[in-house]
Design a protein around this ligand. Sequence first.
Ligand SMILES: Cc1ncc(C[n+]2csc(CCOP(=O)(O)OP(=O)(O)O)c2C)c(N)n1
Ligand SMILES: [Mg+2]
Length: 346
Amino acid sequence: MQTTAVAAASKRGKASPLTDEQKILLFRNLMLAMALDRMMMRVIRAGRMVGFYHEGGIALAPGVAAGTFLRKEDILWPHYRAHGLAHMLAKGIDVKLYVAEHMGREAGCCKGRSSFHFSFPQDHVFGLSGNIGANFPMVVGYGFAAKYKKTDQVVMNCSGDGSYGEGRAHEALLISALWKLPVVFWLENNGMAQHSGEQDLFPGKEISVLAAGYGIPAMKVDGQDLFACAETALAAIAHTRSGKGPIFIECRTLRAQEHSVGNLNNEGPVKRDQKLMDEWKATRDPLKIAAARLIEEGLLTETVFTEWQAEADKQADAMDEFSEASPKAMPSVEELYTQVYAGKGN
Ligand SMILES: Cc1ncc(C[n+]2csc(CCOP(=O)(O)OP(=O)(O)O)c2C)c(N)n1
Ligand SMILES: [Mg+2]
């Protein structure tokens, strides 16, 4: 078992491989992702969203880290929580198209037809699914194609702890290891899978030990520490790009709110620990942790923090306004058959 605790590395300060510019970029990506997540929550609570939203809350640092260092041609399967917002924003999608899509507008990335079953093919995000575990067969295919075509593409495969109880996950680990496919298995473990707690789903001590059974190296990281996550992502991407095959990363975080909007009183048999959630929100907010680090390193001041925060909120509001200004998706009967696999029949 090659589990390495890397979270401590980021606290070594100078030993960090991240440049000052990279730290600022990561920080501002996280700030914008969290501002957008808040805006999306306002929109759905106001009844202006089509379909669901699954709040990211204080668990968006791993997503930002996973997306920030990918090249355009690298393939990203984002975790469905916050509908991949943090991952895709960091990879460079046009986020206003994501917002408009959720609001069922023609300006959306899939013309408002998809809710969160969309894609950004131009950015090599070929899909996102509400079917938990749907990523696994897909990323093996992407990885196989990348290797077969002799590219040095990396496949960033992000998903939650809930997906690793599925047979598909184990098949994907096995085949990726056997064929040395360039897949990063990026697990965002928030301790919950809808109504089930981790302890009800996994008999072992931690999920990352699964990787050892397939000979895949694994690393664990504190998911609240943006820079530790980013260092881990850099190392994982370098490992995979160099042809060494898959790698497994477990980011530890917490779902500090309900599963999705409207589920507050429907949390199933697992009683959530409100005190723990409040405590994490107060003391383990990844943006505050990263800000403290940047201030300590002389890269940020309280005043600049406030300015950037206001800017991020303004950007998020502008994307809401952009979406509102676009016509509601109202496909004609003829159009219903376009861009779907099913045909009209005989
Ligand atoms: C195949 C399948 N089974 C069950 C569900 C219902 N479901 C939706 S989200 C979810 C939990 C996913 O947990 P996890 O992957 O840990 O992500 P998290 O919500 O914790 O971020 C489940 C079981 C589903 N969408 N797809
Ligand atoms: Mg989970």
